[in-house]
Design a protein around this ligand. Sequence first.
Ligand code: B4P
Length: 180
Amino acid sequence: MRIVLVGAPGSGKGTQSENIVKKLGITHLATGDLLRAEVAAGTELGLKAKSVMDAGQLVSDDIVLGMIKARISKLENGFLLDGFPRNINQAQALDALLEEISQPIDKVIYFDVPFEVIKVRLLARGRSDDNEATIDKRGIVFEQETYPLLEYYTLQGKCTTVSGAGEIDQISENIFKALV
Ligand code: B4P
């Protein structure tokens, strides 16, 4: 199965991904995690990405698409994309890439979480991009760049909205129901 998770930073995509990939035996690809690994390794790409991430902005499409392309074509057992695509340009590039390898997306899950809930979670987490100014900026970037994906995938008949607020296990159960 090929799944895309769409949600604001802090909506719980990473948290839920762990449960989904374990249950379905598919590969988890999280662009946020891949970028943070580059930052931690101090690579040239990581150095470029760090200031952008700490400002709550999106890393350039070229960088993110390069990371995804290098990995996705090697996956045969399905995948879960977490945090990618993040804007319409990335979504169109992904569709083109998946068409080339005849592996279209099956389902898109949109995590609906009130911004105030996200803010409380992220301030408690305390990562370097979890300060109030960056959280607010990420919220604005999400509304402007990522939220339009909801319509993009709804028009393709692939999108289901799941509430991402509440108990982690209950949210997982609702996701599994949406994936059937
Ligand atoms: P992400 O990596 O997507 O952001 P995240 O904050 O890790 O969000 P996630 O939704 O995974 O939340 P999590 O489960 O950790 O993006 C970070 C940055 O990377 C972006 O701002 C951007 O700069 C860059 N980036 C990534 N992808 C990109 C792309 N495609 N293009 C360009 N730039 C890109 O949960 C958050 C917290 O809530 C955790 O502490 C968790 O324990 C807690 N939590 C989760 N579910 C909960 C629940 N139900 N109840 C209570 N707490 C919960």
